[in-house]
Design a protein around this ligand. Structure first.
Ligand code: GUN
Length: 283
């Protein structure tokens, strides 16, 4: 293996130590910071994610409220719950786990969340602020990726960074954050032509396509930084990323593993956003 590993688990633990300390200070001075998590339905992956989020809050001294609603809940029922949490002065952050059942508009739900409590950074106001480079609650996964790059002392200024995938949750905000760091950004997607020609030029590749082992070694420039946002299951049910890790690690300069890479950082950034939201509300 030639690539240096960027370990998201270790970095997460370091950051969470600080989060725990800060949460304890806020609890002493004001009250315990609090995250409300709404889970609609029984999606198995969502249940695992939500359980991890709730447990991580507990570990860091952040209060969590889990609100579970049945899959056949109406859009109005979800909106009413969000409005009640918006009004609740003891709640700092609100997260609605996605995806939602098809009959509920995700956009409408996200826009119902108070901008100041939008710890996912998905509200249009936060998205707009991010695209203008203004202070905002930043989306957790791309923010976690930036922290990982910083931890490895990777300077992004003037570098060619290629983001694979244009989702609202990862790809688009990732491109914004890289731009903020003065990288030259390519946002590639399923309709991009001559992808390999582009990836081979990139100094940094962020893979967020949701396709197991999509990024192959022959698509990576020697020495490039490769960040794997993918969380997929292979044919044997084993967790794997969007990057063909075993082969790409022989070409890349830096690489993140799956599991133990970006995943833990996403939750850590959620905890950090909850603290930021709490601090803002105390001011
Ligand atoms: N579903 C998958 N990723 C996320 C996320 O980051 N936030 C929320 N709310 N739902 C998700």
């Amino acid at each position: 293996m030639t690539a240096q590993l960027i370990n998201g688990k270790d970095l997460s633990q370091q950051i969470r130590k600080n989060i725990k300390e800060k949460a304890s200070q806020l609890t002493e001075k004001y009250r315990q910071p609090c995250l409300a998590v709404i889970l609609v339905g029984e999606d198995p992956a969502s249940q695992v994610y939500v359980r991890n989020k709730v447990k991580s809050c507990e570990d860091c001294g952040i209060k969590s409220i889990l609100q579970r609603l049945p899959a056949d809940s109406t859009e109005k029922e979800v909106i009413d719950l969000i409005n009640a949490l918006n009004q609740d002065k003891e709640v700092d952050g609100i997260l609605v786990q996605l995806p939602l059942p098809k009959h509920i508009s995700e956009q409408k739900i996200i826009e119902t969340i108070d901008v100041a409590k939008d710890v996912d950074g998905f509200h249009l106001h936060n998205v707009g602020a991010l695209s203008c480079g203004l202070p905002c609650l930043k989306p957790c996964t791309p923010h976690g990726v930036i922290k990982m790059l910083e931890s490895a002392n990777i300077d992004l200024e003037g570098k060619l960074a290629l983001v694979l995938g244009r989702s609202n949750i990862v790809g688009k905000p990732m491109a914004q954050l890289l731009l903020e760091k003065n990288a030259t950004v390519i946002l590639a997607h399923s309709k991009t032509r001559n992808l390999q020609k582009l990836t081979l030029q990139a100094d940094v590749i962020i893979a967020a396509v949701g396709r197991p082992l999509f990024l192959k070694a022959e698509m990576v420039k020697p020495g490039a930084v490769v960040i794997d946002v993918g969380i997929n299951r292979n044919s044997e049910g084993k967790l794997c990323g969007d990057v063909d890790f075993e082969n790409v690690k022989e070409t890349a300069g830096f690489i993140t593993p799956v599991p133990g890479g970006v995943g833990p950082m996403t939750i850590t950034m959620l905890l950090e956003n909850t603290l930021i939201a709490a601090e803002n509300s105390f001011q």
